[in-house]
Structure formats: C-alpha cells, structure tokens
Write a protein that binds this ligand. Structure first.
Ligand code: H2U
Ligand code: ZN
Length: 338
C-alpha cells in the first residue's frame, strides 16, 4: 500500500485534465541554490514617489485624484486595447493569428500605500469586493468582452511592479487558455453526470477535512488535492453560482473575510509579506448562462520552505509535468496551524 503523504505518485486535476507529480520524500534534499531577498523594508502609509498613491502623477503623466477608498483607472500600459479591429491570419493551418481587443484596468485597494489585504479592515475589503463586482458587470456587458480576468500579483517575487496594494483586470474578446480548460471540464462533467464538478469536489473535501484550511458561511479555503504550488489555495463559493456578480451581500462580506484570513495565514507562515498570484475564475461574459461554471479563486504562491527559498517550475516542469515536494495534506495542516 502506498503512503500518499510520503511515496512518489501523481495526482489528477479534473479542472484542467492535467497531472502533477508528488514527491514528498524530496523535502529533505539540501538547497544551495538561489536565496530570495528577505522581507522588503516596511512601507510608509504614503510614498511621494509611488505611481499609485493618491494625488501623485502616474508614469503616463496622468495625476491620480485624492481618492479615499478604492480607485480604478485604465492601465496606462495596457496589454489590450478596445479599438483593436477584427482581423485574422492563417497559413496552412499552422500559422494562425487573431486580433484581440480588450480593456485593462488597475484597481488600487485603498489610498494607503502599505495596506495589504491581510491588514485591511473588513469594511474596506468589502469595498474592494464591491469594486470587482462593478467592474465585472461594466466590462462584461460590452459586446466585444467575453472574459473578465481579475488578478493580483503580490510581491516583487511574483513580478508586481509596485508595492502599493492593487490588482489588475484584463478583459478580452477571447476566453483565455486556463479558463477554457476549466470551462471544458465543467461542461463535460455537467453533461455526463448532471451535476457541478466543484459542488461535488467541495462535498468530498468537506467530508474528509484533510485539505481544508478554513471556511466561513460563504466560502471554503482548501489546498486542492492536485495543487502544484507548495502552499496553493483555492477559495470555492459554498453556494453554486456562476460568477462574482451572483454573490449576495452576506456572501460578498464572506469573501472579504476569507481573503483577509487566508492572506493573514500566508503572512504568518514564513513571517514575511507573502508573495502570490491570485485571481478569480468564473463564467465567460459571452451572453450565455454557463450554469456549468462554479465561482472560485486560486492563490499560487511561490515560497517553498522559508521566506527565502522558493519553488521553481523549471526543467522537468517545463518539459514534462509539474512536480511538488510537500503533500497537499501537509501544506493544509501547516496553514491551519498558523
Ligand atoms: P503589476 O504590479 O501587477 O505589474 O500591476 C501594475 C500595473 O499598473 C501594470 O500593469 C500599470 C502597469 O502597466 N501602471 C499604470 O498603468 N500606470 C502607472 O503609472 C504605473 C503602473
Ligand atoms: Zn502608493
């Protein structure tokens, strides 16, 4: 009999149809590779050189208003532009290109330069949730926008260009790769079994509790069975709903609560402002109902064993299959304890 917390095995991700190699025994191996810089110096409440602080000039020259809560602006260096025309290029079925119109925005969580989600009060964080819902509605209603991706890159290690707590929204004509994978799986599951994949997954996880990190009345935070990143977490809405716009007022506050709580755990784990990429996955905004979609969010944090040793997805991961050392159950237990 295999010891699933110790012996090498692979696990299946039903959302992406991909496998992850799990090698828990490898956590003992020595590390003489790259060490990250430890915690960036504490940030001030206001930084006169920050592009995102209230009243300051941004890199593009526009001046931010003296905003008092959340603040949304069109990205000055947007990856997608709304006025991109329609065009397509194809040669022999091998060279294929399509025009991609879209809208990119930046959301500052609050005027405070040093206030991360973990340290915001719940009312302020609830305003961030409300802003996400408004943006999803506004962008998603446009005929040429078929998907709205809300995401945060937290920390220099994850490529955040600025420590001022903020997230980005990229909305596009096409449905992005990762979302398409999850869409196909959820659709197939619903057609084959007449049920929702994530509702069923949530039932299994809440019965076993092995991988749960915490839950409140509206959301569950867990380390997915098939996690790739060492301390990866999924937030899953307890009620079946296709998107963030379906959250009722209690659930919006529940989302704010679990975001604060989970990011607080992360910060306590290695006693550092924890880096991650975070974002929601929800129904495309192409006008169809998409009952197969179940609102959830992913946290992908790179740190592995301390504030200075990160997980790299290189070599075997790039050429073959992602691999993790620490078992998902062990990661969940450690996150429950902090
Ligand atoms: P990241 O920290 O995740 O890179 O997000 C910051 C975004 O803010 C980035 O996409 C935009 C960058 O283009 N930005 C502006 O639009 N104006 C600025 O003055 C600075 C940064
Ligand atoms: Zn700032």
């Amino acid at each position: 009999m295999l010891d699933w917390k110790q012996d090498p095995h692979r696990r299946y991700n039903p959302l992406t149809h991909e496998w992850v190699l799990v090698s828990p025994h490898r956590t003992q191996r020595p590390w003489q590779g790259q060490m990250e810089e430890t915690a960036a110096a504490a940030q001030p409440e206001y930084d006169p050189t920050c592009y995102l602080c209230p009243g300051n000039s941004r890199a593009g020259g526009v001046r931010n208003p003296p905003y008092a809560s959340t603040f949304v602006f069109d990205n000055d260096f947007a990856a997608l532009k709304p006025d991109t025309g329609v065009d397509r290029f194809e040669r022999g079925g091998l060279l294929l290109a399509e025009a991609e119109p879209g809208i990119c925005r930046v959301v500052c969580f609050s005027p405070r330069h040093n206030l991360t989600m973990a340290n915001m009060d719940l009312d302020a964080l609830r305003l961030v949730v409300d802003t996400w819902v408004d943006q999803f509605g506004d962008l998603g209603a446009r005929p040429f926008i078929n998907y709205v991706q809300i995401f945060e890159n937290r920390g220099a290690m994850m490529g955040a260009s600025n420590p001022h707590p903020h997230c980005q929204i990229w909305s596009s004509r096409s449905v992005p790769n990762e979302v398409t994978k999850e869409q196909v799986s959820q659709q197939d599951w619903r057609e084959d079994r007449g049920a929702c994949l994530l509702c069923e997954y949530l039932r299994l996880e809440r019965a076993s509790r092995e991988r749960l990190v915490e839950e409140n009345e509206s959301f569950v935070a867990l380390v997915p069975f098939w996690a790739v990143w060492p301390f990866e977490i999924m937030l899953i809405a307890k009620r079946h709903m296709t998107g963030i716009d379906r959250l009722n007022p209690t659930e919006r506050s529940g989302l704010a609560g679990i975001l604060k709580s989970v990011t607080g755990r992360y910060d306590r784990l290695f006693k550092v402002s924890f880096p991650y990429s975070f974002g929601f996955h929800q129904r495309p905004t192409d006008g169809l109902t998409h009952d197969e979609w179940h609102l959830h969010a992913h946290f992908f944090p790179p740190l592995l064993r301390s504030a200075t040793v990160r997980k790299f997805l290189v070599g075997y991961e790039m050429l073959a299959t992602p691999q993790r050392d620490i078992a998902a159950e062990t990661a969940a237990e450690r996150l429950r304890q902090v």
